[in-house]
Design a protein around this ligand. Structure first.
Ligand code: GLN
Length: 489
């Protein structure tokens, strides 16, 4: 099946004219049509346009850019001109919102010759850790369809794992690329805040949102990052920092690389198989010539509480634009303007979005601002300082992605705090704005009625350090076989 190729494999075959871009796109379409009913990863299909673009590329001949003629899926918050984009929320879905412009990321991919074949499922406005808050219903995990694919980029991770595309785009505000990648046995990268442009991507929390790729291996991640990274005049928060040649650095020697193991990530009562996976990853690094260092990141445990003050605060502000005046959900015969706002937003938003708007409005209110928002910002600085100090002693830090493998659909229903705690290993990097990679790091042992489930490994680096994070990830990937395992569907 062509859709199971990696980007580098597909590029080679396209260049040699062994396959055409049209055939590649068609293979993804066939795969989506045959299996997506059971996964619900793809919520909008853009097949005709993708086939037309592929034909154009075939007629011109693929370029030397490794993404020329390569089909991908985009999370349903990336704007593409004229393509329905809903953030999987009824507030945009009911009126079939079509953005009039392209996000910088999809525009850069298009310029390289890649084509978007559809939109993937996400938690509503990316708020969640399971893709269950989507107005389209949950995405199922390709390894066990009674379980979640993770979230919020669950559709993107499941789509890549199930070979519905060659790669996908996700966003990571509080773990939404890394956690689903870990649950589905694919690789995903959260970039340094400001490394990739947020322009044209619907915001959740603007000081935390990052854009990144989900792919089948590390080399593919490097290719995509190379294409989408860098200063964007349309997003003032992107850094004017040179973008290194990520692919060229992958094969460097691991000798002497200092790998940190933070004691705060190995907490009492943690899942034994998750702990074992990270400990054996450390040994893999040691065998590759790296040195291991026990380190401490003392403020780690405050990251998730801080995140759930800062994120809802920014959510409450960002969601204000969905008022049903210029676009989005409409209601009949409002009594007055206030009635219009109340009914549009009550009907349009789901309960997790409403919960965050309320928490955020409370945390930002005059009487509580100092106690919550300002305090959380201060603690955020302490978490960043932990990282700055740690990265003077080590080059990368390894940790688990999630406390357990993928949980059952509905497992956290009615318990938002249990869902928030899924992020405990994913929020410190967000507070510090550092890059972090999630890659296949092992499997749980199968038990009665529970198949072997993927376990993710996390590798973090200092700010703007994607190059070394990918280099370490590549070395680990070459030394292990986990990423080669595919779900049976
Ligand atoms: N689970 C986190 C949340 O619900 C992460 C979301 C995200 O990264 N988009 O906020």
């Amino acid at each position: 099946m062509l859709s199971s190729l990696s980007i580098t494999e597909a590029h080679e075959q396209l260049k040699k004219k062994q396959i055409s871009s049209r055939e590649l796109v068609q293979s993804c379409i066939d795969r989506i049509e045959s299996i997506d009913k059971s996964l619900n990863a793809v919520i909008f299909r853009n097949f005709e346009r993708a086939l037309a673009e592929a034909k154009k590329i075939d007629d011109q001949g693929v370029s030397d850019h490794p993404l020329s003629g390569i089909p991908y899926l985009a999370k349903d918050i990336f704007c593409e001109a004229g393509i329905p984009t809903s953030a999987c929320s009824n507030i945009l879905r009911t009126k079939d919102y079509k953005p009039p412009f392209d996000s910088t990321t999809t525009a850069r991919l298009k310029a390289a010759g890649a084509m978007s074949i559809g939109k993937t499922n996400t938690d509503e406005f990316t708020m969640g850790a399971s893709t269950e808050t989507s107005c389209y219903g949950p995405t199922r995990n390709p390894w066990d369809i009674t379980r979640v694919a993770g979230g919020s980029s669950g559709g993107s991770a499941a789509g890549v794992a199930a070979d519905e595309c060659l790669f996908a785009l996700g966003t990571d505000t509080g773990g939404s690329i890394r956690q689903p990648a870990g649950f589905c046995n694919v690789t995903g990268l959260r970039t340094t805040y400001g490394r990739t442009s947020r322009y044209g991507v619907m915001s959740m929390a603007s000081s935390l949102d990052t854009i990144g790729p989900i792919a089948k291996n590390i080399e593919d991640l490097a290719i995509i990052l190379q294409t989408i990274a860098g200063k964007d005049p349309l997003d003032g928060t992107t850094g004017d920092i040179p973008v290194p040649d990520y692919r060229a650095s992958l094969k460097k020697d691991m000798k002497g690389m200092r790998v940190g193991i933070p004691k705060e990530y190995f907490i009492e009562g943690m899942n034994a198989e998750v702990e074992e996976a990270v400990r054996s990853a450390a040994k893999v690094f040691q065998n590759l010539g790296a040195t291991l260092h026990d380190i401490s990141l003392p403020h780690t445990k405050y990251a998730t509480p801080c995140y759930y003050v800062l994120c809802p605060s920014e959510v409450s502000s960002n969601m204000a634009r969905y008022d049903g005046i210029r676009f989005g959900h409409q209601i009949e015969n409002p009594k007055d303007l206030l009635d219009h706002y109340i009914r549009v937003r009550s009907e349009g938003f789901g309960s997790e979005v409403k919960r965050r708007i309320m928490i955020g409005t409370y945390a930002l209110s005059a009487g509580y601002y100092d106690a919550y928002y300002r305090q959380a910002q201060r603690v955020r600085t302490l978490i960043l300082q932990d990282c700055t100090e740690a990265f003077q002693k080590v080059d990368v830090i390894i940790a688990p992605v999630s406390p357990t493998p993928a949980f059952k659909v509905g497992a956290h229903e009615g318990d938002p705090v249990a869902m928030y705690l899924e992020d405990i290993f994913l929020d410190p990097q967000v507070m510090a704005g550092i890059p972090a990679l999630s890659l296949p790091g092992g499997f749980s042992r199968p038990q009665a009625g529970v198949p072997a489930l993927p376990i993710g490994l996390q590798i973090m680096g200092a700010q703007w350090g994607e190059e070394i994070v990918l280099h370490a990830g590549y070395a680990y990937e070459q030394a292990t076989e986990w990423h080669k395992k595919k779900p049976r569907l």
